[in-house]
Design a protein around this ligand. Structure first.
Ligand SMILES: [Ca+2]
Length: 203
């Protein structure tokens, strides 16, 4: 239900209330579904295969960018994190990899503004999972200063092949950023899935 569809002679205040209530239900259904699904460490194509066909992964196939590309025969392009493969093996050529940058970053352009319920991240499974320690997820519309956007939360599980689900509480944005703040580090991620809805902004 959009703001317009929920009209019917309601005042702007009533409209906003109805819209937000409708969006809250949708967001919480999606979010709770995401959060309650068991974390998988396998090599399924989707990081959350149970969500296929239920909620759309907004990130898959969208334009992506990162602070640098690691020089290696296997090329860790930014797009590898939205290629639809959750394979955590670097040698499967489906992970991103930056250089040892100061505060390395990656982001995806969703093409439009969405209320983001959750971001799912697949860590590398064959090596070096601890490099994601302290990585942060942001959502918003400012690509010039990513850390000025809404801070969803940190990566908490850096074990090999881990799948982290970070809630963004329905905050609206076109871009989802992943940053390792405050140190020099390699950033590698094997897949990022973004779940949310389009509609009137919550914030
Ligand atoms: Ca991938």
């Amino acid at each position: 239900m959009t703001c317009q569809e929920s009209g019917g002679g309601k005042s702007p205040r009533e409209l906003a209330k109805a819209c937000n209530e409708g969006r809250m239900v949708k967001l919480w259904v999606g979010l709770l579904t995401t959060l309650t699904i068991l974390v998988g460490h396998g090599e399924a194509s989707a990081c959350k295969p149970e969500l296929d066909g239920y909620v759309q992964n907004l990130a898959q196939g969208r334009p992506t960018f990162q602070s640098s590309v690691y020089s290696h025969p296997i090329v860790g392009l930014a797009s590898n994190a939205v290629d639809g493969s959750c394979n955590g093996d670097w040698y499967a050529k489906s992970c991103i990899h930056t250089n040892n940058d100061l505060e390395p970053w990656w982001y995806v352009d969703l093409g439009d503004r969405y209320g983001i319920g959750a971001v799912v991240m697949k860590n590398r499974g064959d090596c070096c999972g601890e490099r994601l320690d302290g990585a942060q997820v942001y959502v918003g519309n400012d690509i010039a200063d990513p850390k000025s956007n809404f801070y969803c939360g940190p990566i908490t599980d850096t074990s090999l092949g881990s799948v982290n689900t970070i809630s963004c509480y329905g905050y609206e944005g076109q871009y989802v950023f992943i940053i390792i703040p405050g140190r020099q580090e390699y950033l590698h991620i094997c897949e990022v899935e973004v779940f949310g809805i389009k509609g009137c902004p919550m914030r």
